[in-house]
Design a protein around this ligand. Structure first.
Ligand code: PBG
Length: 333
């Protein structure tokens, strides 16, 4: 018994004390809101498995990003839902494609008011729903896909994206995209690498959100949930290839991986609280089984505590409102 009189409860006695000694704080500036924009839509379409989240029309998207700026969010991550899909994901590289147009419209509205990120992956644009091009055997062809990612990167950078979110898990994608951006003169466009992205069951509602035609799974390119050490390997590769930010995804079921990545990363670390994590909280709260606000706050706090500097969450707007509210109460009283 080296410290017989130690009483940790002293520091938990009241809200002021707890606030003073809190090791982790939430700030709207650390939050990134994922947003969906649907080509040709004129009004928002709710996503059944993601209560409160919608597929925006292009005009609605711009308004949603304006709201995010006003709340002080760190950024937005844009996903496009094209009207037409094909084997090569043509819409991804078309300057008039839904995502590229949206990037331009959002930048025109908010400038540098927050960080505009775009999903760089082919799955929303291919008719088979895979993240890359398929070879004759129906397998995802890594290197042929890299060439498409390079074209997509240049299109997104030209449209004005600050950060490209490389979510496809192709080997060599960060280096390939960095080379293409630099060659086209976009040396200032940053890369957020989904370094450790797992083949997760928690992406289910997202696939509803983007109307994914995928029938199989992504286990031949996304990571095996069984593997922890491999996340360090993926992270090191992405850092070597030039990643500016590295990400772990999903978040809550992978906090061990997140802590590992945070321990080795010299660049900022992001984590994505994905659609299924959000849907679980919403479903339990709708049943009256958990306190929604407390559960959302605790879950995002836990993700930061595990090592994330940046958290992508569908709850970003509400959470920012709560934080601003608490801050106002805190400074008044
Ligand atoms: C791929 C991508 C996915 C998500 C983000 N980017 C889907 C997938 O890998 O199947 C999932 C995000 C979520 O579930 O919220 N473009």
């Amino acid at each position: 018994m080296p410290f017989p009189h130690d009483r940790p409860r002293r520091l938990r006695a009241n809200a002021a004390m707890r606030r003073l000694v809190a090791e982790t704080r939430l700030d709207p500036a650390d939050l990134v809101l994922p947003l969906f924009v649907k080509e040709g839509a004129s009004e928002p379409t709710p996503i059944a498995s993601m209560p409160g989240v919608v597929q925006h029309s292009p005009a609605g998207l711009v308004a949603a990003v304006r709201e995010a700026v006003d709340l002080g969010l760190g950024g937005v991550m844009l996903f496009g839902i094209p009207a037409l899909r094909d084997a090569r994901g043509t819409g991804a590289t078309d300057p008039d494609g839904v995502l590229n147009r949206a990037i331009g419209e959002v930048r025109a509205e908010v400038g540098d008011g927050l960080v505009v990120m775009a999903d760089l992956c082919l799955d929303e644009f291919t008719d088979h729903g895979h993240c890359g091009l398929l070879d004759a055997a129906g397998e995802v062809d890594n290197d042929a896909t890299l060439a498409r990612y390079q074209e997509m990167a240049v299109a997104q950078a030209a449209a004005g994206a600050h950060v490209l979110g490389l979510s496809g898990m192709m080997d060599g994608q960060v280096g390939a995209v960095r080379d293409a951006l630099d060659a086209a003169g976009y040396t200032g466009t940053a890369i957020l690498a989904y370094a450790a992205k797992y083949a997760s069951a928690f992406y289910g509602p997202f696939r509803d959100a983007v109307e994914s035609p995928l029938t199989g799974n992504r286990r031949a390119y996304q990571m095996d949930p069984a593997n922890r050490r491999e996340a360090a390997r993926e992270t090191e590769l992405d850092l070597f290839e030039g990643a500016d930010i590295v990400m772990v995804k999903p978040a809550m079921a992978y906090l061990d991986v997140l802590a590992d990545v945070a321990a080795i990363s010299p660049v900022p670390v992001a984590a994505y609280q994905v659609s299924g994590e959000f849907a679980m909280i919403e479903a339990a709260a709708a049943n009256g089984w958990i306190d929604r606000r407390a559960a959302i706050t605790e879950s995002v706090l836990s993700i930061k505590r595990a090592g994330a500097d940046i958290v992508l969450t569908y709850a970003a707007v509400e959470l920012a409102r709560w934080l601003l509210e608490e801050h106002a109460v805190g400074s008044a009283g």
